[in-house]
Design a protein around this ligand. Sequence first.
Ligand code: SF4
Length: 127
Amino acid sequence: MSNSKICESADKVLQNFINSLDDVETSHHRMDSQKIKCNFGQLGICCKLCANGPCRITPKAPKGVCGANADTIVARNFLRAVAAGSGCYIHVLENTARNLKSLGKTGGEIKGIHALDRLSHNRIRSS
Ligand code: SF4
C-alpha cells in the first residue's frame, strides 16, 4: 500500500505515518480514490429521503416533489450527515474506552504497541 496515493491531510505526522504503512488500506487511501464527486451531492442539493426522489435542485426545478427548496434539503442533509458521523465515532470512542477499561482490569496486552510507539515518537519529534 505504501506506493498507493492518499489524500492530503493537515496532520502531516499522521499523513507520513499512513504513507509508511505496508498492505494497509485506510480512509485516507479511499478518500483519494473517491475524489471525483457528484456535483449535486457535493452541493448537498440532492435529496433521497423518500420514494418520490431522488430530487435534485436546479434553476428549472427549484423545489423537490414535496416542496422542499435547496436550503431545506441542504440543512436536512447536513444534519443527517452530522448525526450519522457523530454516531459512528461515538461508537468507536465507546469501544476504545471499554477496551482500555478491560485492559486496566485484566492487565492485558496492548495490541499494535509498535505502531503506537512509532506514532507517538513522530508526534513528540514534530512538536
Ligand atoms: S425533496 Fe421531498 S419529495 Fe424529493 S426525495 Fe426529498 S423528501 Fe422526497
